[in-house]
Design a protein around this ligand. Structure first.
Ligand code: NAP
Length: 469
């Protein structure tokens, strides 16, 4: 496919790009390396106004950035505009909080003084996905740059225009030229960049196979990585929940970003007492969703980002049906140009089949019925993933159990999983490791340096014999 913007609504190629040549890539790595020593010495007070300027650019030009995202990867325009606004929020958050999160921490020991100092590592490679083409990048870049690192972005090959627009935002905001660079390269070139001595660490947001590959190479090079990978998030609904609110939120949680979100709720685990009513309401709301051109304001669900994603979805639904699942609505691609798939609800899925706990990246929901809290927790945890989880209940005891026992990087009670610059974000199990956002995110790519200063007596007075030795 190469590096190209292909409008997923029409299939039309908007723009194609040549990959960087070896020489061009080398020049960018050199620039990153030569920018770092001076950039790391800038103070928080010097970096913060630049980050605030980036926020202003994002806010002022959110319509244009939104349109760019929508035409490159298909999310509804209103969601794309909100994404640009959220990027501004994370820039402001780190402009205002980086200094506090990275301030020296004094620790009382037997030393005269001991403390922890946080220092930047150098050029950090970010391998990023197309599904939130601005947000994923900014939530890496804002803390990394405020910490004094320099960033190298290898974005997904289907969103090159977003990748270039982001590089330009940081340049216009006043960051030095080499502080944030986009590398237009395919995934086959990531290995060489990771192995380059000048690159000190890497973060990858993407699929499990990509994570394994990058972590394997970086591990061999003894370089730190953060991995934000896939998910098969459970959304549990118990009898004490407000059913109307739970259903509406459940539909939104499944179909947000056309169903292509790592933290989209993918498995709906519902108590038997309320199951029938949940299923009826859920199917009605899925049927009411308007699928169409994501630039139209009335559209709820746009196309999937690439034809491959439609093929994958079709294959997963076929496998579910072959192992006994039933379709209550949807279940096939839509016969029109572009990568459209019907909002779909599957029931009677055998929990023993792999598809029941795989990541399904599109507007396909799976409903499960359980008899009690134990069964709900057991089914929720029956996946190799552990990114987010949501549970709807007004019973305090149940809430405590879900908080304690769900194997995930987050638990949202009576809500849907979402990211917020003030809260850490990340997963356990095959959903990855490390955290983004909040103070945890900015501390991932720093040297946590221990400083220990002892008491020492004044130098001994020199004896005359010293001179003869
Ligand atoms: P992907 O195919 O893994 O691609 C992600 C990025 O990795 C792209 O830049 C891709 O480059 C690159 N890549 C792919 N294979 C690679 C390899 N072997 N070595 C080095 N780089 C490689 O994932 P995607 O389809 O773009 O994104 C969807 C996935 O991302 C889903 O699994 C989703 O759950 C996950 N995701 C996770 C989070 C989170 O925070 N946990 C957030 C968003 C998305 P090319 O485009 O050039 O192939």
């Amino acid at each position: 496919m190469g590096i190209a913007s292909i409008n997923p609504t029409t299939g039309q190629t908007l723009k194609s790009f040549e990959e960087l040549t070896g020489e061009q890539l080398e020049a960018r790595l050199q620039l990153a390396e030569s920018t770092f020593p001076a950039y790391r010495r800038t103070s928080f007070a010097e970096r913060a106004p630049k980050m605030l300027r980036a926020a202003e650019i994002l806010e002022t030009e959110k319509q244009e950035f939104g349109r760019l995202m929508t035409t490159e990867m298909g999310k509804p325009l209103s969601a794309a505009i909100s994404e640009a606004e959220k990027c501004a929020l994370v820039c402001r958050y780190y402009a205002e909080n980086a200094e506090k999160h990275l301030a020296d921490e004094v620790v009382q020991t037997n030393a005269k003084k001991s403390y922890v100092r946080f220092q930047p590592l150098g050029p950090v490679l970010a391998v990023m996905p197309w599904n939130f083409p601005f947000w994923q990048v900014f939530r890496f870049a804002a803390p990394a740059l405020m910490a004094g690192n320099v960033g190298l972005l290898k974005h997904a090959s289907n969103v090159p225009q977003c990748a270039l627009a982001i590089e330009e935002i940081f340049q216009r905001a006043g960051f030095p030229e080499g502080a944030f660079q986009t590398l237009l390269i395919g995934s086959a070139k990531v290995e060489n960049v990771l192995k380059d001595e000048r690159v000190k660490a890497a973060t990858l947001t993407g699929s499990e196979p990509a994570g394994r590959s990058v972590a394997g190479i970086a591990g061999d090079q003894i370089k730190k990585t953060v991995l934000e990978l896939g998910g098969s998030d459970p959304f549990i609904v118990m009898p004490s929940a407000n059913l109307r609110e739970a259903v509406t939120t459940a539909v939104k949680a499944r179909t947000i970003n056309n169903g292509q979100s790592c933290i989209a709720a993918k498995r709906f685990i519902v108590a038997a007492e309320i199951y029938e009513e949940f299923e009826r309401r859920f199917v009605d709301e899925m049927k009411a969703l308007r699928v169409g051109d994501p630039l139209e304001q009335s559209t709820d669900i746009g196309p999937l980002a690439t034809p491959q994603i439609v093929d994958d979805l079709e294959e997963q639904v076929k496998r579910a049906i072959a192992s006994g699942a039933r379709i209550l609505t949807g279940g096939k691609r839509i016969d029109r140009p572009g990568n459209f798939y019907e909002p779909t609800v599957l029931v009677d899925i055998d929990p023993a089949t792999p598809v029941s706990c795989e990541e399904i990246f599109g507007p396909v929901a799976m409903l499960f019925r359980v008899n009690n809290t134990d069964e709900a927790i057991q089914l929720a945890n029956a996946t190799t993933f552990g990114l987010g989880s949501a549970a709807w209940t007004n019973d305090a005891r149940e809430q405590r159990r879900f908080i304690e026992e769900l194997e995930a990087g987050s638990v949202f009670i009576n809500g849907m999983v979402a990211s917020d610059p003030r809260l850490p974000f990340g997963g356990v199990k095959h959903s990855g490791y490390g955290r983004e956002l909040a103070e945890f995110g900015i501390r991932e790519f720093v040297n946590i340096k221990t400083v220990w200063i002892g008491e020492s007596k004044a130098p001994d007075s020199r004896t005359p014999t010293d001179d003869t030795e």
